[in-house]
Structures are given as structure tokens and as C-alpha cells.
Design a binder for this molecule. Structure first.
Ligand code: NDP
Length: 283
């Protein structure tokens, strides 16, 4: 039976560590401020933004809320970002995605000052990760590295298979595992012999967005299984890309859904905000 990798507990640990760090920074006269931009009223986005604000409150990060109407033009949004880029009191800028269809997401991400890019989506941040330079790392993959490290999983020399090559999960995940000296294989929808490749993984990261796709046939005895997927089934229950009941007896460690990767994303966003403020203070 696999040991559960408890994302709830580990994310709470990280938030407590950050809370202490921010209190220390405050006592030395440094504050941490995150600006969150929400365009429109997408219900899921509203929930995410609310959770991010709550996490800020808990840790002691000041959050500035910029709620803009659905019909905001791209130019208006870019102007808001420029204003926040220039505002010295703002350490991190987060634009909640997805944006309404009439706004080009790439143009918006490009407009954020890389020094305030706490989501880690700016091409400069991605490039820095690629060539091993300091920069902000996309929160979900950064959170997975923390889950592995804090659960005592050594990455060095392990065969790490990442299934999914999106810009926010699969690609940065692969680069981070490589940075940790894993031997990395990236799979995607055109990969041949997916089952065989997955079965050769010591660490298997599943991020394809297909509910319960990964069954026991994809998992080596004793593998560590990280499930990034989030889906709601017909009974409104959450499940992941991994068929937990089938995978759990074979894996040595596994993340549940909910309570695995999900809670780590906000914790790492908070960590990036604190890092941004520290870097600014060191300038
Ligand atoms: P995308 O849809 O952007 O990417 C999916 C990737 O999976 C693509 O690279 C695609 O390949 C690949 N893929 C799709 N089907 C298959 C298949 N049958 N076999 C092999 N590869 C396949 O998704 P994201 O990366 O954004 O998200 C993945 C999942 O993670 C989703 O369920 C999402 O909800 C969840 N998620 C969870 C987060 C969290 O905080 N827990 C944060 C972000 C995402 P190709 O490139 O060839 O099309």
C-alpha cells in the first residue's frame, strides 16, 4: 500500500514558514505586497482569487485587488499592468487566467515586469529556468518539487517521466526535475508506447487532463506517483488523472486528489511573492 504524500500538510508547513519569514521582514521594515488582477466574474477564477487573498492574509502579505469588468480592453489591462510595474510598493503581480477571449494572454504575460512575475509565466522567467539562472518558477511544478523533497523522495539519478508538455505544468516540471539531476523523459499525446515508458518511471508525473487515465498498467512496482489532474466526476467528486484505487496498491508513494498537488500551488505563489520582496530589498 502506498504512503500518501500529504499536500495539505506540506502546504500548511510552507505557509507557516513564510508567515514567520514575513513577520521577520516586517520587523526590519520590509513589507510584501501582491497585486491580483481579475478581469470579469468567472466563478472558478473568483474562487481562486479569494483563496489567494486568504493565503496572503494568513501569511501577512498585503494584497491589492484589481477587479476589472469583463469588457475591459486589452489596452486598459496593459495600462493597469504598467502602472503596477512602476509602483515600487508592489512586489508581485498576478493576472488571474483565463482572460476573456478578446484579450491576448501572451501580450498580457509579456507586459508583466519579470521581477514581479510571481506566476513564473513570463518568457524571461521560463528562459531563466531553462538555462539555470535565478527567476520565478511556475507554481504547480515548483510545488511538486517541494512535495517530493519534503516527503523524502530523492530525485537525483531517478528516471522521472512527465506526461504532459504544457507551458504551465509539463515543460517547467521536466526542467525542474532535470535541475534536481533526475533523468527525465517527457511524454505527450503523440508518444508511442506510453504504457511502457510510464512503467519504467521511478517518479511518474501525470498531467494530461484526462480523469483516471493512469491505471496499474502504467505504474512500476514501488514508483512514486504525482497526480496533477483535477476533475469533477458525475457525482461532483474530485478526481485526478490517476485511477487512485488501481494505482495505490502498486506505488510506494502517491498524491491524492484532492489534498495532493492542488494546495501546493498557492503555497508556492506565496513563496514567490516573499522571494520577490527579498530580491527587491537586496537591490
Ligand atoms: P493541457 O491541456 O495544457 O496539456 C495537456 C498535456 O497532456 C498536453 O501536452 C497533451 O499533449 C498531453 N496529453 C493529452 N492527452 C494525452 C494522452 N492521452 N497521452 C499522453 N499525453 C496526453 O493541460 P495542463 O498542463 O494545463 O493541465 C493538466 C492537468 O493538470 C489538468 O487536469 C489541469 O486541470 C490540472 N492542473 C492542476 C493544477 C493544480 O494546481 N493542481 C494546476 C494546473 C493544471 P499534446 O501537447 O501533444 O497535446
Amino acid at each position: 500500500m502506498a504512503q500518501l504524500i500529504d499536500g495539505k500538510m506540506i502546504s500548511a508547513q510552507i505557509k507557516d514558514e513564510l508567515k514567520e519569514e514575513v513577520a521577520k521582514m516586517n520587523s526590519q521594515g520590509t513589507t510584501v505586497t501582491l497585486a491580483v488582477i481579475l478581469v470579469g466574474q468567472d466563478p472558478a477564477s473568483c474562487v481562486y482569487v479569494r483563496n489567494k487573498k486568504r493565503a496572503c492574509e494568513y501569511i501577512g502579505i498585503r494584497s491589492i485587488s484589481c477587479e476589472m469588468p469583463e469588457e475591459t480592453t486589452q489596452e486598459e489591462l496593459l495600462a493597469k499592468i504598467r502602472e503596477l510595474n512602476q509602483d515600487d510598493s508592489v512586489d508581485g503581480i498576478l493576472v488571474q487566467l483565463p482572460l476573456p477571449a478578446h484579450i491576448n494572454e501572451d501580450a498580457v504575460i509579456d507586459a508583466i515586469d519579470p521581477a514581479k512575475d510571481v506566476d513564473g509565466f513570463h518568457p524571461r522567467s521560463v528562459g531563466a529556468l531553462c538555462i539555470g539562472k535565478p527567476g520565478f518558477v511556475s507554481c504547480t511544478p515548483a510545488g511538486i518539487i517541494q512535495l517530493l523533497k519534503r516527503s523524502g523522495v530523492a530525485i537525483e539519478g531517478k528516471h522521472c517521466v512527465v506526461v504532459g508538455r504544457s507551458n504551465i505544468v509539463g515543460k517547467p516540471m521536466s526542467l525542474l526535475l532535470l535541475r534536481e539531476n533526475g533523468t527525465v523523459t517527457i511524454c505527450h499525446s503523440r508518444t508511442k508506447n506510453l504504457k511502457d515508458i510510464c512503467r519504467s518511471a521511478d517518479i511518474l508525473v501525470c498531467a494530461i487532463g484526462k480523469p483516471k487515465f493512469f491505471t496499474e498498467e502504467y505504474i512500476k512496482d514501488g514508483a512514486v506517483v504525482i497526480d496533477v489532474g483535477i476533475h469533477r466526476n458525475a457525482e461532483n467528486k474530485l478526481c485526478g488523472d490517476v485511477d487512485f484505487e488501481k494505482a495505490e496498491p502498486i506505488a510506494s508513494k502517491i498524491t491524492p486528489v484532492p489534498g495532493g498537488v492542488g494546495p501546493m500551488t498557492i503555497a508556492m505563489l506565496m513563496s514567490n511573492c516573499v522571494e520577490a520582496a527579498k530580491r527587491k530589498a537586496q537591490k
